[in-house]
Design a protein around this ligand. Sequence first.
Ligand SMILES: Cc1ncc(COP(=O)(O)O)c(C=O)c1O
Length: 481
Amino acid sequence: MIEKIKELEKISRLLEPNAAARSVNRKKVVDYTEDFLENIHSLNAFDMTEDKGKGIFSSPISEEPINMDEAIKLIFENVDTHGLNPASGGHLGYIPGGGIYYSALGDYMADITNRYAGIFFASPGAVRMENLLIQWMVEMIGYDADSSGNLTSGGSMANLIAIVTARDAHKIKARNIETTVIYLGKQAHHSVEKAIRIAGLEECIKRYVPLDESYRMIPSELEKMIENDQANGLTPWLVIAAAGTTDTGAIDPLDSLGDITKRHHLWFHVDGAYGAFFALTDEGKALLKGIEKSDSVIMDPHKGLFLPYGLGVVLIKDKRHLYQAHQYIASYMQDALKNTEELSPADLSPELTKHYRSLRLWLPLKILGVAPFRACLEEKLLLAKYFYERIKHTKGFEVLLEPQLSVIVFRYIPEKGDADTFNQRIIEEIHTDGRVFFSSTTLEGKFMLRLAILSFRTHLDTIDLALAIINEKVAKILANG
Ligand SMILES: Cc1ncc(COP(=O)(O)O)c(C=O)c1O
């Protein structure tokens, strides 16, 4: 047996490269990422190739190792040169991604030290770091010290945690689901509907609150619906509003909705995945007035704080509800029960073992301070206004509404022919070109072009380029007939 153990040890020790091997491989990775960063401004925002990265299948997982050069070649050829490039400032579609450098260094350290971030007993420091960040965001939103939250993998998980917490706080059980009512806007992000279903609430009655001409919920309509449902013996219990919808960037009238939900004792959830971090700016703070009246809110650092993908946040005003909805005890973890000075993330979310994900947010905030994040958000609000003014005054273009945050929805109206077909051709031309990336949407049955400005690498020159490209594509389509 000893012989066998020693033989296995020899092989398993390959899992621990020595300092020389670490140095060689680290240099190759750093060289690759440095090259990417140095060239980011000339890389396309979108590229769709014939094979779409199929080559990754040509190197299956096997007993045979490959070296780092071969691995990087596979990544470069099959992943980093196809599809959307979310690290590009030219990414102006969907909700743009980020990728700030100090987060990558945070992830690197977190992966090496691998602190167990789920339980206070296992890593008091990592848990305190998460709770410090949560308290910073609690203050930003205007909640009080009784609030808590959780760092999640993204906005969809954060919405799920909030809705599960609301469900348990309002004691919504299988036996009464069919008579309970949830109110939301037609523009609610689909992750909200997904969370409702995953939380076992699909049989709740869902009412879509009418929107005004700026795509915001009309509070008086909501109140009428609630009173009507109450009069009919139903149980209204949840209102879900948006602090920045994905389609148009609309912010629901949070202040009035907060008053209505309080008056009728409903849980008030705000999806601020895209918009809530604008609270760091003076303009954003005014636009988000009333967000502090909510019972739960979500916000995505991998959107509004420009982090690489993999970080969302849920905040719950009364931390007891979050704890009661997620806390479990296992006998094999009895030692952990002795140390309860801080709330453990494992008691506040579906996760037990948890990536030490606080470091990817803490490190950039500490190394850079908050000011550059605030400035970047303010710059994005102004860039959206700039684009709006420019496109509004460009002959042939129609802009649906003034941007509330940093999303602009617009289209070209050709003198003859179908506008939907024309705008579809514009988007195809822009995708084929690839220097910038826009997405499209359909509003009131119309095919619309949509620009979302949120990348930390998007600046005035990017927006000028985007305007030039749009005009170039329109001229090309008009010339081709
Ligand atoms: C308003 C809104 N809510 C929720 C989500 C879901 O977030 P995630 O993609 O991080 O899961 C998104 C994503 O774009 C969003 O825009």
